[in-house]
Design a protein around this ligand. Sequence first.
Ligand SMILES: [Zn+2]
Length: 388
Amino acid sequence: MFGKRTRREFLSQAGTLAAAGVLAASLPEQHAGAATTKGPHDFAIVEGHRDMWEISGRTRLPGADNHLPITSHLVPRLIEAGMTVCIAPAGGGDSLEERDDTQDLLEGGLRVLDLYLTDIAQSKGMASLLLTKSDIPSGPTRGKVKFFIDMEGAGAIQSSQPEPMIPKERNLALVRQFFRLGVRGIQLTHNGRNQVADGRGVDKVGGKLTPFGVEVVKEMNRLGMMVGVAHLSTNAIIHVAEISKTPIVSTHQNLESVTHSNPPVEITDEEAKIIAKTGGIVGIRYHSNTATPYTKLAQEVEYLCKLIGPEHIGVGWLGHDKANPSSHDIEGHLTKPRTFTGPEAQTVYEHYDNFIKALSERGLTDEQIGLVLGGNYLRIWKQILPEA
Ligand SMILES: [Zn+2]
């Protein structure tokens, strides 16, 4: 049986990105800044991966607002930032309770999904789910934001039976049930190993997908779900790319040629190319421990433009904002004053505004910036999602 301790061990190690990385020396000099006149509200922004730690943390606190954390705390910030769609990992092992091993993955997955659905239903139309092709926005939206529900790791759809006894036909029922509840993407693993595949934190090279994993990908393709490979081992990424009939995505991983985290979760240039070749997206994410995170992210985007093209790049997450404390000190943040510095002292709007300027200064056109910020997701969802 899949061991809780192993999972917890890896999750607890998944800390902040280390400052080890520097960009490859081959990057060209910065272009003379042809600054764009556009800002966050001029683009259809799709954020590839907003961890739910803040949301689950707030539900532990008193106050009615904290029991509708999405409507009360998150949605207003996203709308102010001009966000069109937020890809939200709900369930699969990403809540504080699951990370603390106080709730198993299926129960946790269902509970967290209920939290999203209940909260969004009370948003008075400010928030809604992106479920079908007809829900895909055609451009920037004002005053509302859609949520695309993703699962980080397939833990919640696993069998309680040991391999090789996994009743794969029966367990595909869980994929279908989560789909019916609104889940539209599954990242096949987190850093650990599960009944679908090996996560790169336990084995970077890893094995192919398990027979059950193959069936999961096929069923996701059939239903119209986005297949996620963030945290997946190399051989599993290759295998998914071979069998998936629709584009695959890494929603929130940087390149290991650019930065290193501890434990290492970045992907290689070669893996980025494999993902792009399926028509998919590599979503970069915030670099901590640097005074100039947006400059560094923009340099990474420029590097990826040359490696795989701007039509295969996305944005995972641009960092904590001043109203979004890190998971480790959410309770402290809300009960005692905390000093914010650097990007953490900024709003989500400012993050995107700074990033857009940095991309423009690296020479990206407004059209290319639009693809990176969200246009690419809107395109592949037209290939992936169910008609209605
Ligand atoms: Zn992750």
